[in-house]
Design a binder for this molecule. Structure first.
Ligand code: SF4
Length: 311
């Protein structure tokens, strides 16, 4: 590589690193993810996302205005061929405190799930249960998971298409039993950036297919659909993510979120309300381009159906 090319690569990497740090910092602020005195248990799977999360959190910790602690935790689920030495070697070099939790969930999953069926659902539930318990044991006040923006958008569509629910994966969550708070500091980061970052940093990735399980076919189909959309309409995933940050219950149909049954006329009020104004403006915007919108709307469901047929 020439000196110029090396310099360019270095510059691009610096930009990428800055962007990721900014996005993680912003998510932490927006959701008050980390507070003074927190002990954050950073869950490491050995995949690119969790390595990136730990790397970025460690760098932010140095400049953060509040003091907080980071503890990396990996779960050795006893999949055949799991390279036990990789994470300890990496974490020792990094100088971060860590624990490796050993639990043979692999045997449980193999025993319970019939051959040929996807094991990821039960495997993740068992992993989650163990990690939640371990967080309490070590006094962790937050559990950080490495899900990113694309994971969140994929989950939104999976819940819509297969669960009939409008829900995604929140950047911050209080566990049902209220004993743990889960945070997702990569919520604003796009997967392609994390792939580039992991490549540049040469993280020692441990594949998540040692168990022999295939990624859930429904998730694969949604991922393919989103990639296709992103190719045809760059920025669409980001727009969808913005949509889940801008929810208008009065424009949906959930009677538990908006009191539709109690709507009352009030003709004494002056003119349209701000939300009515916005709706009128939107209608006006859509009218001239109805043909264009219809073309897009007509083509997309076909793409969706084509992609969904893969599952
Ligand atoms: S791929 Fe294997 S180890 Fe990973 S979540 Fe699925 S079942 Fe568990």
């Amino acid at each position: 590589m020439t000196i110029d090319a090396t310099r360019k690569t270095r510059l691009e990497f610096n930009k990428l690193q800055k962007r990721l740090r900014r996005q993680v910092g912003q998510a932490i602020i927006d959701f008050n993810m980390i507070e003074a005195g927190d002990k954050v248990m950073v869950c490491l799977s050995g995949g690119k996302d969790s390595y990136a999360m730990l790397d970025i959190l460690m760098s932010l910790q140095k400049s953060a205005p509040v003091r907080f602690e980071l503890v990396a935790v990996n779960m050795d689920q006893k999949q055949p061929g799991f390279p036990e030495h990789v994470l300890p070697e990496y974490l020792d070099k990094l100088g971060v405190s860590y624990h490796i939790v050993e639990k043979d969930t692999y045997s449980i999953v193999k025993e319970v799930i019939p051959e040929g069926k996807t094991t990821c659902g039960l495997c993740s539930r068992l992993r989650r249960g163990t990690l939640y318990g371990f967080a309490e044991q070590i006094g962790a006040t937050k559990i950080a998971l490495g899900h990113h923006r694309d994971d969140i958008v994929e989950t939104l569509f999976l819940n819509m298409f297969y669960g009939g629910k409008l829900k995604a994966m929140p950047p911050k969550l209080l566990a049902d039993d209220k004993r743990n708070i889960i945070i997702r500091p990569l919520a604003y980061c796009k997967e392609s950036d994390l792939i580039d970052f992991a490549e540049a940093k040469q993280f020692p990735i441990i594949p998540c297919n040692l168990c022999g399980s295939q990624e859930n076919l429904q998730r694969q189909a949604v991922k393919a659909m989103l990639h296709q959309w992103e190719r045809q309409h760059p920025g669409r995933t980001e727009t969808i993510f913005s949509a889940i940050q801008n929810v208008q219950p009065s424009q949906l149909a959930d009677t538990t979120l908006f009191p539709f049954t109690e709507l009352m006329l009030n003709r004494d009020s002056e003119g349209a309300t701000p939300s009515e104004d916005a709706e009128l403006a939107l209608d006006a915007e859509l009218t001239p381009s109805r043909h264009a919108a219809a073309t897009e709307l007509n083509s997309d469901p076909v793409e969706v159906i084509n992609v969904m047929n893969l599952s």
